[in-house]
Design a protein around this ligand. Structure first.
Ligand SMILES: Nc1ncnc2c1ncn2[C@@H]1O[C@H](COP(=O)(O)OP(=O)(O)OP(=O)(O)O)[C@@H](O)[C@H]1O
Length: 328
């Protein structure tokens, strides 16, 4: 559905995306995750044909993303959805239906079903009078007006309250059940961890880890073991007594060989290992460690200094949605 090879974007001499390679299979929910300024939006805009890459290639739905035909088959949700404040949700969605040549009755039914699932009432309210969460729901409905197979969502749940976040993420998960493919970005790792089939983690323009969440955890996460013994050993600390009132001591180790060593020494001291608990690193832990450790090509080249922040100038091409028209 999507193949990306050595995709790059440089703004002036600033490398926003440095040689990305990944593919997205049909029917997947694929997450691009990273902190502010990591290059997520730039990547998504290149896939949506809204930003021209500086190098490399991307194939989306079998098209070069620059081809207008591709955009007609895509649903793109920008990070900040520009909405016409004076329009009602209903008239706004019909306006987009017209642009995509979708008959109004079909569009009304399609977007109405989306808004029902997203729990949005007040469809005749002015967009300017809607809350941020309500506007986001209208923008999501807009992304589906043309019934696309592929959805590219930039931070769909950013800035929403926890309840609305859950509604939106649950909706994204359900899109997969309808054989849609979803690529979305997030800086909140919890969002990706809960709904993505596969993930790439970006930092400072580069992909620093990839795979399913369990794969990333297996490759980059440190599993630690809390080993409870019934006798004190050199590296144990006192712990609460066991349920049976038996004395307990605990040591935290990060490899099975150390667990075995504790077992042997506990037994040699007349005790035993009473319990072992495994603590798996969260995606958040892994991300923080990788981000700390990752040397960046761009840094080596002196292009991207430290820090992950930066201001994001809105590219004019974001306004293009269908064909070469300027709107939205
Ligand atoms: N049009 C532009 N002109 C110059 N620099 C840009 C432009 N767009 C993005 N950048 C820079 O490129 C880097 C990557 O930006 P991008 O918006 O892709 O990151 P992001 O991961 O989506 O961040 P955020 O989570 O804050 O949206 C940032 O340092 C940003 O300032």
């Amino acid at each position: 559905m999507i193949t990306v090879e050595n995709l790059r974007k440089t703004y002036g001499d600033f490398p926003a995306v440095v040689g990305s390679d990944f593919s997205v299979e049909s029917g997947e929910v694929f997450g691009i995750v990273g902190p502010n300024g990591a290059g997520k939006t730039t990547t998504l805009k290149m896939l949506a044909g809204l930003v021209e890459p500086t190098g490399g290639s991307a194939s989306v739905l079998g098209y070069d993303p620059e081809e207008p035909a591709m955009r007609r088959k895509l649903g793109f949700l920008p990070e900040e959805s520009p909405l016409y404040e004076d329009m009602t949700a209903r008239s706004y969605l019909r306006f987009f239906a017209d642009l995509y040549d979708v008959p109004r009755d079909v569009a009304d039914e399609r977007t109405g079903a989306v808004l029902d699932r997203l729990d949005l009432e007040y469809r005749d309210r002015r967009l300017g009078d809607m809350s941020k969460g309500m506007k986001r729901k209208v923008a999501i409905a807009r992304s589906l007006v043309n019934d696309p197979d592929l959805l590219i969502y930039d931070e769909p749940a950013s800035g929403l309250d926890p309840l609305t976040t859950n509604v939106v993420l649950e909706f994204v998960r359900e899109l997969r059940d309808e054989d849609k493919t979803v690529v979305f970005s997030a800086h909140n790792l919890f969002h990706v961890e809960s709904i993505c089939d596969r993930v790439v983690i970006m930092n400072r323009g580069e992909i620093i880890a990839r795979g399913t969440v369990p794969e990333i955890r297996a490759e980059h996460g440190e599993t630690t073991y809390r080993v409870f013994t019934t006798v004190p050993l050199a590296e144990t600390l006192p712990a609460d007594d066991g349920a049976d009132g038996e004395e307990r001591h605990v040591a935290v180790v990060d490899e099975m060989a150390a667990v075995e060593s504790l077992r042997e020494r506990a037994e040699a001291a007349g005790g035993r290992v009473a319990d072992i608990r495994t603590d798996e690193a969260s995606l958040e832990d892994i991300f923080l460690r990788l981000a700390r450790e990752a040397p960046t090509t761009s840094e080596a080249e002196g292009g991207r200094g430290g820090g992950t922040g930066g201001t994001t100038a809105v590219d004019e091409s974001e306004q293009r949605v269908v064909g070469g028209n300027e709107h939205s």
